[in-house]
Design a protein. Structure first.
Length: 304
């Protein structure tokens, strides 16, 4: 109970900011976790969905574009996206030459190559660091946020009123001197679901090679459609791995690995997390769409 109260207290300033900037989000916060409400919202919005074709992209390749929306709907995740190698190189070059920011106090800006030196001066390691609105300086990221392939997939999943609501770029670093709170803050090893709206979709792209030791994205297959009643009524969006394994079974836990450029789409209402980096750092790009614009603070992950 004490741990839950601490987690609620840590999130409360973020939630209050979201509500102040976008009052409608309070409705999502209160009702968005309930499967019946989500189904009813989708049914009443059914006239917004179209059967338009998936638009081609110059920079993103989809192996099976006709199956993407079906896979997201059925399993929660659609694999088979790939970012063009020169775009990966440009974004990676931007990332290694631009300061990123740790969220864990003491909050510092540093180049990714300096993380080990920074850790030697701290009591706890830095498990993750973010670029926030600095990504607006990277033309490739700005263009990807309105990519025709991604937007058309989002439109088929969300409906005709589709808006780009957030783009984030961040590193996960190997770390040993961390607390549970640090891992919660960086979404590592802590399965959770997102409540950004009743219908949202996220696209992820690995910008470094990712294997089992470099923080692969993990998710519980089908958990966006099957949810224990206590998880729907709980104020918490995160639950322990042991508790989730008991309900879903270990066979539904999957991870996404692949070389730099690997991409996938996800319904963020699915239980998901980044696995802990053990060997190599991971750089990942996230682009999110929803039926309404989000608050200003949410756009680049400044908070939340």
């Amino acid at each position: 109970m004490q741990d839950r109260l601490k987690r609620i207290g840590a999130r409360l300033p973020t939630y209050l900011t979201y509500i102040r900037e976008r009052p409608r989000w309070l409705l999502v916060l209160l009702l968005g976790r309930i499967l019946l409400i989500r189904s009813l919202e989708r049914w009443f919005s059914r006239d917004k969905f179209t059967n338009s074709d998936i638009s081609p992209s110059d920079v993103v390749v989809a192996e099976h574009p006709d199956r993407l929306v079906k896979d997201i709907d059925e399993t929660g995740v659609a694999k088979g996206l790939r970012l063009r190698s020169d775009i990966v190189s440009h974004i990676l070059q931007f990332a290694v030459s631009t300061p990123c920011t740790s969220r864990i106090p003491p909050i510092v800006d540093f180049l990714p190559s300096e993380v080990d030196a920074r850790n030697r001066l701290r009591e706890r390691d830095i498990p993750a660091a973010y670029y926030f609105d600095r990504i607006s300086r990277c033309d490739e990221i700005v263009k990807l946020s309105d990519d025709p392939l991604l937007r058309s997939i989002a439109g088929k999943f969300i409906g005709s009123n589709t808006h780009h609501i957030r783009t984030r770029l961040w590193w996960n670093f190997p770390s040993s001197r961390v607390t549970d709170a640090d891992l919660h803050a960086s979404a590592q090893e802590k399965y959770h679901f997102d409540l950004n709206d009743f219908r949202t979709i996220k696209f992820f792209f690995y910008l470094t090679d990712v294997d089992g030791g470099s923080g692969p994205h993990g998710y519980i297959k089908g958990s966006h459609k099957r949810r224990a009643l206590k998880h729907q009524l709980s104020v918490m969006v995160g639950h322990s791995t042991e508790e989730l394994e008991q309900y879903y079974g270990e066979d539904l836990f999957e991870t996404v690995v692949g070389p730099a450029g690997t991409g996938f789409a996800e319904d963020p209402f699915i239980f998901h997390c980044g696995r802990k980096c053990r060997d190599m750092a991971r750089l990942i790009l996230e682009i999110e769409y929803g039926p309404y614009t989000m608050s200003k603070s949410y756009r680049y992950g400044v908070i939340g």
